[in-house]
Design a protein around this ligand. Structure first.
Ligand code: SF4
Length: 338
């Protein structure tokens, strides 16, 4: 945990603690096990990245934390403790009260978070409904926040509608709106994926600066390892609905322990030193998640698979002080060099 942050949970426990979270989607083909035994901590003032390919469950996890799930979704096990309270067992009204207050979210598509038929002014004032102050004071706060995120001439632009702004400006407005309430935790679901590389860098720097100013925690969902390395303190690597490795960003990038994490890093264009026309990929596809799964979820694509991988789900093994990974190779008794 970082010193000097303002959102330290008083008991000393992590701000967010997810334990054994299971989530299914009902489908005509059967139950899709989209999250399986997910555990994760986010401490106060910390930026935690969730990284993985499409279909890894990272966005599903973000939406589950926010309670924004489709009707066919069902949490079948686990707990989500936020500031010591289990969100899954909280009365709906109490949970709604946290949203846009202690918990905020920014989405991949800024239009998901903005109402196209309301002015930015109205939306930013409404976003402060938990905050004290007159309408005038709330407007002033909104204008100041727009200026802070780099919207030019915010005094007059605040009267505009979302479609009057570019994609990058809209994402800045979403960040302003999400942080205006000074949340304890900001959940950012691939907020830079729809932007070009230059804008992506600008938005990451902006998020980094604002996170330090406000002292909030961020759970940052991304498929882009370079962005996670730039922004995050900790990272959880997800594959097919499971967290297969987690730890400090520095340790995971220097010493990835799980074969999937290693493969992901080898495919990252930012880490490829030699000139190449063909970017490497991980052979195979993320497995379907309908029905029960046996053994290691990565075994069909793993070049290191050996006998136990087909039948036994790997336990989590410690790799150094704060890093852990789910792979039989890491078992002290495996006898196979990792
Ligand atoms: Fe590969 Fe087996 Fe480790 Fe899974 S448990 S990642 S299949 S070696």
């Amino acid at each position: 945990m970082m010193p000097g942050v303002i959102n330290q949970h008083s008991s000393g426990a992590p701000l967010l603690r997810v334990r054994g979270l299971d989530l299914d989607f009902g489908s005509p083909r059967g139950r899709v096990h989209a999250l399986r035994g997910v555990s994760l901590d986010v401490s106060a003032g910390e930026v935690v990245g969730i990284v993985g390919e499409s279909g890894s469950g990272k966005s599903t996890l973000a939406y589950t934390l926010m309670g924004l799930l489709a009707e066919n979704a069902e949490v079948t096990g686990g707990e989500i403790l936020f500031e010591g309270r289990d969100l899954l067992r909280m009365a709906p009204a109490a949970r709604r009260d946290l949203l846009g207050n202690r918990l905020s979210m920014i989405f991949q598509d800024p239009m998901t978070g903005l109402n196209p038929v309301r002015t930015i002014e109205r939306q930013m004032i409404d976003a402060q409904h938990h905050q004290p102050g007159s309408r005038r004071e709330k407007r002033d706060r909104a204008v100041a926040m727009l200026a802070r995120v780099g919207i030019p001439d915010p005094q007059s632009r605040i009267g505009g509608y979302p479609h009057e702004f570019s994609g990058g400006m809209r994402q800045r407005i979403c960040i302003a709106m999400a942080l205006l309430v000074r949340p304890a935790l900001l959940i950012a679901d691939e907020p830079t994926t729809a932007l070009d590389a230059t804008l992506e860098v600008q938005i990451i720097h902006l998020l980094k600066d604002l996170q330090k100013e406000i002292g909030c925690s961020i759970l940052f969902v991304s498929h882009h390892l370079g962005t996670v390395a730039e922004l995050c303190d900790q990272v959880a690597v997800m594959y097919a609905g499971e967290v297969i490795e987690h730890g400090p960003v520095r340790d995971i990038f220097r010493n990835p322990a799980h074969p999937y994490t290693r493969a992901l890093l080898e495919c990252d264009p930012g880490r490829i030193r030699q000139k190449t026309r063909l970017l490497p990929t991980i052979p195979g596809e993320v497995p379907g998640l309908v029905g029960s799964q046996r053994g290691c979820i990565f075994r069909q694509r793993c070049g290191y698979a050996f006998a136990p991988c087909a039948d036994e789900r790997p336990a989590e093994y410690s790799v150094g002080a704060a890093q852990g990974a789910r792979c039989h190779l890491l078992a002290p008794t495996s006898g196979v060099p990792a």
